[in-house]
Design a protein around this ligand. Structure first.
Ligand SMILES: *Cc1c(COP(=O)(O)O)cnc(C)c1O
Length: 231
């Protein structure tokens, strides 16, 4: 089942990529592994998915230690859920990319830890593009300023933007929001030093990843579409 699901997701991704003038290889598929057992994650890894997303620190740590790379390519872990400052220290040396930076205090803590370790941590700024009260993220109006505030932190590199769009019955209903995200991404890139361009736009989940890619996403986070329903 995993193999067939993955094939379908990749085919869909490719169609959407081509529609937006890109290729499948330009888009990173992050397999969202929350609630999924290590043996199934390892199975996905053997099928060629090397990027995994977890929304909880403890779950990420549990799985990190038991999933091993096969076929020579390392695996990348992505923290995609809300991150508390007191948990930053546990993941600094384990995650490739933190998608959910939504406050300056969090960014400062990541920066502090990174400088201690003599590394630069790649992060994305989470945007609450739907302006939902229930969601984390910087408001659309504040993103540009927020990114500028992070630029002086030499231990973090703002690699892009991330959003969790609202759940909608009809995925096309999120098209305008994805467009808004892409526009933000382009506008901010024009206004930050050109030696620090953002590279990643992380948006699109099982329900709407095709629309997100059509509108410019180059990272999609898919759980249910690969593993089936978590319920
Ligand atoms: C769970 C989750 C996903 C994946 O959701 P699916 O609908 O199962 O694809 C993507 N992003 C975040 C932040 C998540 O928490």
């Amino acid at each position: 089942m995993l193999r067939e699901n993955l094939r379908a997701v990749r085919e869909n991704m490719e169609k959407a990529a081509v529609k937006s003038g890109r290729a499948l290889n330009d888009i990173t598929l992050i397999g969202v592994t929350k609630t999924i057992s290590p043996d199934r994650i390892q199975e996905l890894e053997r099928l060629g998915v090397k990027d995994f997303g977890e929304n909880k620190v403890q779950e990420l740590l549990n799985k990190y230690s038991v999933i091993s790379p096969s076929g020579g390519e390392p695996v990348n872990w992505h923290l995609i859920g809300h991150l508390q400052r007191n948990k930053v220290k546990y993941i600094m040396d384990k995650v490739t990319l933190i998608h959910s930076v939504d406050s300056q205090r969090l960014a400062i803590e990541i920066n502090r830890r990174a400088l201690e370790m003599d590394i630069i941590k790649d992060i994305l700024v989470e945007v609450n593009v739907g302006e939902e009260a229930s969601k984390q993220g910087i408001s659309v109006d504040g993103v540009s300023e927020f990114v500028k505030e992070l630029l002086p932190l030499t231990g973090v590199r703002v690699q892009g933007l991330m959003t969790v769009a609202p759940y909608v019955e009809n995925p096309a209903d999120n098209r305008e929001l994805f467009r808004k995200m892409f526009q933000l991404f382009v506008d901010i890139n024009e206004n930050i030093p050109n030696n620090k361009p953002m590279s990643f736009l992380s948006m699109g989940m099982t329900n709407d990843y095709m629309v997100a890619i059509e509108e410019g996403a180059n990272m999609v986070r898919v759980g249910t579409g690969i593993f089936g329903s978590r319920l």
